[in-house]
Structures are given as C-alpha cells and as structure tokens.
Design a protein around this ligand. Structure first.
Ligand SMILES: Cc1cc2nc3c(=O)[nH]c(=O)nc-3n(C[C@H](O)[C@H](O)[C@H](O)COP(=O)(O)OP(=O)(O)OC[C@H]3O[C@@H](n4cnc5c(N)ncnc54)[C@H](O)[C@@H]3O)c2cc1C
Length: 252
C-alpha cells in the first residue's frame, strides 16, 4: 500500500501482489508505477511532497510483561493502519498500565496487579488484529471478495451491525472480566448524560455529559446509587479544585 501526501492531496494505491521489494523511502517512480498498474491509466507524477508505504504486517507479543519489562503500544502489537486504531489502543494500554504502576510504586497493591495488564489488554489487540485482517480481506479485488463486500455493505445498513462495527473500531466494546455481571462493570465509561443535582431544591439541576466531567484527567466516580459507602470510598480522592462534593449524579 502506498500513500502520497496528507489531507486533500492524498493519493493511495493498494496492491495485493506481495510486499514491496524496496525498503528505501518511496520514490516518485515507484508510486507512479503502482498507480499505472492499479488504475491502468498512463499517469505521470511530476512532484511528490512526501510519501510512505506500509504492508499488512500483523504481530503481537505473547505477553506484555516480563518482570520489570512492560510493553505498550506498537511495541506490543502492530498491524496495518486500516481503520485508524493503533494509536487509540496504545493509549488505552498506557492508561491501563499507568495507574497500576503508580499503585505498585506507592505500595498500595502488590506487583501481581501488573499481570492483569496482559490479561486485560492482550485480548483487545488480538481482536484488533483480527478486525484489521478482516478489513484487508474485504479489500481484495477478486470477484468473490467483491460479492462478500457487497453483502457486508448491506449488513452495515442495519443499526445493530453498524453499532457493532462502530463500537469495535472505537474500542467501546472492550469489557474486562471483573467478576460482576452488571453490563457496565469492566467497560469503558460510556458518554452518558448525567443529571447533577444537590439535595437543596433551590439549586438548579444541571445536565452534563460524563465525557465533560473527565476533562480534568482525574478519576470520576458517579454516585448512581446514593449509598454512603460509595461516598466514603471516594472521599479520600475528592479532587481539589474543582471540588464537586455534595453533588449526586444519576443517568438521564
Ligand atoms: C500510515 C499510518 C496511519 C495511521 N493512522 C492511524 C490513525 O488514524 N489512528 C490511530 O489510532 N492509529 C493510526 N496509526 C497507528 C499509529 O500511528 C501507531 O499505532 C502509533 O503511532 C504507535 O505509537 P507508539 O508510541 O506505540 O509507537 P511509535 O509511534 O512507533 O513510537 C515509538 C518511538 O520510539 C522511538 N524509538 C524506537 N527505538 C528506540 C530506542 N531504542 N531508543 C529510543 N527511542 C526509540 C521511535 O523513534 C518512536 O519515536 C497509523 C499508522 C500508520 C503507519
């Protein structure tokens, strides 16, 4: 696969005849030859601002932890960039690992928690690897794959199928097994609308989105059940500023 430029002037070709022979930077001639081969038109390229090529290499480390060595991002998993998912998954790897490392360093938990990093994040990239292969497979130019593509395209008109693929590409379908059946346990926080209200009736009730409450980069514990033990557990973590103590939240 070859790409020229960025933005509106981007031009790319996709070839299914094996990996490119060259390992040097992409040249105008190589891109031009590819366009001619793929499109059958006698295009002549005079200028190329920047160019790159990539292949559908897909690899994943068997474990993300070996003692004090921890892998995250492309060091742990690489695949073709179709669907634009690699960076997102790498960032969530780092978020998953970050708080665990901090907790171990602070002495709040034992080192064993670091093994949950592989347990939770390895299946996510393994599934991503499969979905990039699926996308590559659907791009093949033979008539059978075109027929499959047409059927897949029809399925994407169904709301459930659309949602399934969108959640998969956005990483919103990830669920860690934390031993609780509730549908939200172990999932990423959905972008819920929340009603924030004080017990005082004179105070105006506000509606906000959970994503907005996460903008300061700190932990967020929406108290959806109004239980004292939840508030007690969160008390030591109350951010300052901006403090939101005394507010309760419920989905709306
Ligand atoms: C064409 C293309 C388009 C993409 N588009 C998207 C997209 O739209 N959305 C998306 O989510 N992802 C996308 N990706 C994937 C995304 O770019 C990668 O998943 C992401 O950049 C990986 O980040 P990383 O920090 O793990 O690794 P890298 O970005 O590879 O960073 C590793 C860094 O470590 C440095 N390094 C390596 N060895 C050493 C060493 N020994 N000492 C010191 N430094 C070293 C490297 O120079 C590099 O700067 C795309 C990838 C490609 C190729």
């Amino acid at each position: 696969m070859y790409v020229h430029g960025l933005g509106v002037s981007r031009m790319s070709t996709v070839e299914f005849v094996g990996p490119p022979r060259q390992v040097e930077p992409l040249t105008v001639e190589e891109l031009q030859d590819s366009i001619r081969r793929v499109s059958g038109t006698d295009v002549t390229i005079t200028t190329m601002l920047s160019g790159t090529r990539w292949i559908d290499t897909a690899r994943q480390a068997t474990t993300y932890r070996a003692g004090r060595v921890l892998l995250a991002g492309d060091a742990a998993h690489v695949y073709a960039p179709v669907g634009g998912q690699g960076l997102n998954v790498g960032i969530v790897d780092a978020a998953n690992l970050g708080w665990k490392l901090a907790a171990v360093v602070c002495g709040w938990v034992g080192e064993d928690i670091l093994d949950t990093y592989t347990t939770e994040r390895h299946p996510v990239a393994a599934r991503l690897l499969q979905n990039t292969w699926t996308q590559i497979a659907l791009m093949r130019p033979d008539p059978q794959t075109r027929a499959l593509w047409e059927m897949f395209s029809d399925l994407m008109d169904l709301d459930d199928a659309h949602r399934y693929v969108a959640d998969m590409l956005a990483g919103m379908d990830v669920r860690y097994d934390l031993g609780d059946d509730h549908r939200l346990v172990g999932t990423l926080c959905p972008d819920m609308n929340l009603t924030l209200e004080r017990p005082d009736p004179d105070v105006v009730t506000a509606v906000t989105r959970s994503a907005d409450l996460l903008r300061d980069g700190r932990g967020l514990l929406p108290d959806l059940v109004d239980r004292a033990e939840v508030r007690d557990a969160a008390a030591a973590w109350t951010p300052s500023p901006p403090a939101r103590t005394g507010w309760t939240s419920k989905p709306c």
